[in-house]
Design a protein around this ligand. Structure first.
Ligand SMILES: C[S@@+](CC[C@H](N)C(=O)[O-])C[C@H]1O[C@@H](n2cnc3c(N)ncnc32)[C@H](O)[C@@H]1O
Length: 182
C-alpha cells in the first residue's frame, strides 16, 4: 500500500508505461496530472494519446497543444471502437453516474482493448458519499459488478489509503482496476 501521493503518482506512470504501446490509440481522461502533478503521464507513455478534460479553465490554461478536448466522461465525444487503451486516473469518482461512464468507456474501447481505472471505493452503504475533497466514494461491489458487465478483470488491488492531510474514511481505498473488453 502506497503511503504518499508522490508514490501513487509515480505508480501511475509505471502502470501506464507498462500498458501503453507505440501502435495504440489511447484515451486519458482528465489533465490534472499533465498540468499540476509530476510526472506528466501523457508525455511519457507510448502511443497516440488523446486527452479529455471537463474543467474549461484547466483546458484554457494548459499548454497542451495536441489532441485535447474539453469534454465529459459521461458523454464521450469519440466514435465507437476508437481506442486500444483507456486510462482513468481517478476521474470516474468525480461524477455520480458510474454506470453511464462505464457504458461510454465500453463504447469507445475496441474489442480486446484494455482499461485502467484508479478509483476510490469502499464499503459504504450509501451508493456514494460526498467528502470534503469533492470526491465520491463508490461502493466496491457495485463498481466491480458494473465494470464486469463489459470488462474481464485482470487486476484489482487496493493501492492507497490517503494521508493524514487528506483523511479517507476507514475501509476506503484507492483501487487499481485493469480490465480487458469482452
Ligand atoms: C482530482 S482530479 C484527478 C487527478 C489525477 N488524475 C490524479 O489522480 O491525481 C479530477 C480531474 O477530473 C476532472 N473531471 C471532473 N469531472 C469530470 C468529467 N465529468 N469528465 C472529465 N473530467 C472530469 C477534473 O476537472 C479534474 O481535472
Amino acid at each position: 500500500m502506497f503511503k504518499t501521493s508522490e508514490q501513487i503518482h509515480q505508480y501511475y506512470l509505471e502502470k501506464t508505461k507498462q500498458l501503453s504501446n507505440d501502435s495504440y490509440k489511447i484515451l486519458k481522461t482528465d489533465i490534472d496530472n499533465e498540468v499540476y502533478n509530476s510526472p506528466n503521464i501523457a508525455n511519457n507513455i507510448k502511443g497516440d494519446v488523446f486527452l479529455l478534460e471537463y474543467n474549461i479553465n484547466l483546458v484554457r490554461h494548459s499548454n497542451i497543444k495536441k489532441n485535447l478536448i474539453n469534454g465529459d466522461i459521461r458523454y464521450l465525444p469519440y466514435k465507437n471502437n476508437t481506442f486500444d487503451l483507456i486510462i482513468d486516473l481517478s476521474t470516474i469518482d468525480h461524477v455520480p453516474e458510474t454506470i453511464q461512464v462505464i457504458n461510454e468507456y465500453n463504447r469507445v474501447l475496441k474489442k480486446n482493448g484494455t482499461i485502467l481505472i484508479f478509483v476510490w471505493c469502499g464499503n459504504t452503504k450509501n451508493e456514494k458519499e460526498w467528502n470534503p475533497s469533492n470526491q465520491y466514494y463508490i461502493n466496491l461491489d457495485e463498481f466491480i459488478n458494473c465494470a464486469n458487465t463489459y470488462f474481464t478483470t485482470l487486476e484489482l488491488n487496493a493501492v492507497y489509503a490517503g494521508e493524514p492531510r487528506w483523511p479517507v474514511p476507514k475501509n476506503h481505498y484507492l483501487y487499481e482496476f485493469i480490465g480487458v473488453k469482452k
